[in-house]
Design a protein around this ligand. Structure first.
Ligand code: FAD
Length: 412
């Protein structure tokens, strides 16, 4: 009798159990039943980061932004609580901090990015003290709201580092919600508001600049372009910026503050370049359409760690997850990769309590509105409802469980 041919079960290893990592595990499982999926993730908690902006504005309960990893793991998925320190793509294994070597047939890099608090001198020791805060950390978003509530007058500074960063609108969202609260309290006139950005435009997509500028004017915020935060002296309450202008060249400028909201520079995790998987800037070097690695066909990337030139947002990850899941399923069947990502990302700019300018766009700045009949450049109550009510609920109950509403991939 001819021996039965046994096909060994395929294995997928996912680096990172954040929004993309859990999302991709659920979406692959939906398509491929007989595959071993292992997530390597050091943290025992999982976070819904987009709501931290609302927490900083006193409009969302921080405890609803965190669940245990066990609660979000798709069924039938193994979790190794460890960090990846190296990938050996030629031999198809990863190595963890605790020294485990794990083989894979398919590898999905979903490790997000690193917040470089260390790049700003004096910052780490004063975060959470002396009026220095950031909505970019779970443990600090509530401190933002405390500072906003306690502020009665003086100087408030909101900083934004060079791009790329995750949710490039989040630095100014903190400003809008703070100013809106001060306006409603009737104290905005007592507060000097400064928006200090390293870049030269308030938003990268020109159609959204006029409505945002209108709000910055309404809140009497001084916008300072080409201001790059380099040093914070918490005790003296002074922030120092490297400033570059055509007229004066490079100089340092120190501003006093009563409240300082900092967004730090951001970079890709170092193991990506140390494993030879990176582009010139350190991001995981994938094809911008298929999200397959440019040199290693069994490796894909999804989320903030990708080299793709999209806005690094959860909204982008939600779409990328579907593309990667379809392409991994195709690869397993030996079929061509037909799922394509169009660069979709979205930034719901919370310009005031109850109103959002919903910026949705893809590669090359092409507008990709979910509701084409509405004028996306106008502040909208529907978009606020989406941001503050619908999306947080959909995230936990939908995206992390493989529900792919409005996330269908494109065919070329
Ligand atoms: P993450 O969710 O950050 O997950 C990465 C995971 O990888 C982490 O759990 C980490 O522990 C793990 N990891 C890292 N290194 C390793 C390693 N070496 N080995 C194993 N695991 C590793 N997006 C929107 O769409 N809309 C918004 O309104 C919005 N607002 C935001 C507001 C704020 C304040 C912030 C901070 C973000 C916001 N975002 C928003 C962005 C969104 O949260 C991110 O784009 C999204 O979380 C990216 O998912 P990710 O899986 O790539 O990264």
């Amino acid at each position: 009798m001819k021996p039965e041919k046994i096909t060994p079960q395929k294995s997928a290893v996912i680096i990172g159990g954040g929004s993309s990592g859990i999302g991709i595990a659920a979406s692959i499982r939906k398509r491929v039943k007989d595959i071993d999926i292992t997530i390597v993730e050091p943290n025992d908690c999982h976070y819904y980061q987009p709501a931290w902006t609302l927490v900083g504005g006193g409009l969302f309960d921080i405890t609803k932004t965190r669940h245990s990893m066990h609660a979000v793991l798709p069924s039938g998925t193994a979790w190794i609580q460890d960090s990846v320190v190296r990938v050996e793509p030629s031999q198809k294994y990863i190595e963890t901090r605790q020294g485990q070597k794990i083989n894979y047939d398919f590898l999905i890099v979903a490790c997000g990015l690193i917040l470089r608090w260390d790049k700003i001198e004096g910052l780490e020791e004063t975060l959470g003290l002396n009026g220095v805060t950031s909505n970019y950390r779970f443990d600090l978003a509530e401190y933002t709201w405390q500072l906003v509530r306690e502020m009665k007058g003086g100087q408030a500074i909101f900083s934004q580092p060079p791009l790329p960063i995750k949710c490039a609108g989040a630095p100014q969202k903190a400003l809008y919600l703070s100013c809106d609260y001060w306006r409603r309290q009737g104290i905005l006139n007592n507060i000097n508001v400064n928006f200090c950005l390293a870049g030269a435009a308030v938003f990268g997509i020109p159609q959204f600049v006029p409505p945002l500028t209108e709000y910055l004017e309404k809140y009497r915020a001084q916008v300072n372009f080409n201001h790059h935060l380099i040093r914070v002296d918490g005790e003296k309450r002074q922030a120092t910026f490297a400033v570059e202008t055509n007229e004066e060249g490079k100089r340092e400028l120190t501003l006093p503050f009563d409240m300082l909201h900092v967004v730090p520079p951001q970079s890709a995790p170092a193991f990506i370049s140390q494993s030879g998987l990176a582009d010139g800037a350190g991001w995981c070097d994938v094809d911008k359409s298929t999200l397959q690695h440019k040199h290693w066909p069994d490796i894909f990337a999804v989320g903030d760690c990708c080299s793709t030139p999209n806005a690094k947002t959860l909204a982008a990850a939600r779409k990328q997850v579907v593309v990667v899941a379809e392409n991994v399923a195709a690869l397993i069947q030996g079929a061509p990769l037909t799922a394509h990502y169009d660069g979709y990302g979205s930034c719901p700019l919370t310009v005031e309590k109850g109103k959002v300018v919903l910026a949705e766009f893809g590669y090359d700045g092409k507008l990709l509105p979910t509701f084409p009949l509405l004028d996306a450049t106008q502040p909208s109550r529907l978009a606020w409802w989406l941001k503050a009510w619908f999306l947080p609920r959909f995230y936990w109950a939908g995206m992390l469980r493989g529900v792919e509403w409005f996330a269908g991939s494109k065919r070329p």
